[in-house]
Design a protein. Structure first.
Length: 265
């Protein structure tokens, strides 16, 4: 029997693994029709969507290059072909080590393209898809980083891109209203990254006010909450156990690494 009311659609960029996979799963379990975008993570993205479909949810993996406007437009066309899209979670991220002194211009532009231009473009494309009076509450959710509220100079270009995106949350909310709501979610450290090993992560994950790791499912549930709450726009929620209130001179992985080295006899 056909559904009397179509499920709302959500597009999650970088949805094949890590936080993106948790976001896809949370939306699917909340009754959303999920489009899981991936670029290089075909196997985990397809496995995730197959598992969700096996549980009775609507989830589809789709390969796309979101680094170009052509790729973004093609992805939006595919995601809206089966029904209206109500939400985009801009989760995909480029994360490369550099400093303000030695950053490579091309590498910095790649990070700005994925971390800033793609989210801005997707929110704009979502607004353009709106039809007056269609009754659809549309939202764009930008995944940020607690670093935007707790600055240190490590991962310079990445941080600059996330700082710009954080400022764009309120600016886009103003610019795209009333067609689209725009919100941000700023997680703390969730997974190992860069040169980090498991021992480093185990300590770094507890450098927050609550002294415990952050559950990625909490971040994912926050995205579902924002997508389903029509009165919220132009604001960012920190989901980081208070990590942004623990100032550090360097990225937490490097501070903890120094502590680990100092403890070796």
């Amino acid at each position: 029997m056909a559904e009397s009311t179509p499920r709302p659609g959500v597009l999650v960029t970088g949805g094949g693994q890590r936080l993106g996979a948790a976001v896809c799963e949370a939306f699917a379990r909340a009754g959303w029709r999920v489009w899981c975008q991936y670029r290089a993570s075909r196997a985990p993205a397809e496995a995730l969507c197959e598992r969700l479909r096996g549980e009775g949810h609507d989830a589809n993996a789709v390969e796309a290059d979101i680094g170009t406007e052509e790729g973004r437009c093609a992805l939006m066309a595919q995601a809206t072909a089966g029904g209206a899209l109500a939400c985009i979670v801009n989760n995909a991220s480029a994360f490369e080590p550099d400093t303000g002194l030695d950053f490579d211009a091309d590498a910095a532009l790649r990070q700005l393209g994925v971390n800033l231009m793609a989210p801005l473009s997707f929110a704009r494309l979502l607004a353009r898809s709106a039809v007056a009076g269609d009754g659809i509450d549309r939202s764009a959710i930008h995944i940020l980083d607690q670093k935007v509220y707790n600055l240190n100079p490590d991962y310079f270009s990445y941080t600059v891109s996330k700082l710009a995106l954080e400022r764009a949350v309120s600016l886009q909310a103003q610019s795209l209203a009333p067609a689209v709501r725009v919100c941000g979610v700023a997680p703390g450290i969730l997974f190992t990254s860069g040169p980090q090993n498991e021992a480093n992560f185990a300590k770094a994950a507890r450098v927050n006010l609550m002294r415990r790791p952050i559950d990625p499912a909490d971040v994912a549930r926050t995205c579902v909450f924002l997508a389903g709450t029509p009165s919220v726009t132009g604001t960012t929620l920190c989901v980081d156990n208070g990590q942004h209130l623990v100032p550090l001179e360097r990225d937490v992985m490097f501070v903890v690494d120094d502590l680990l080295k100092a403890s070796i006899p």
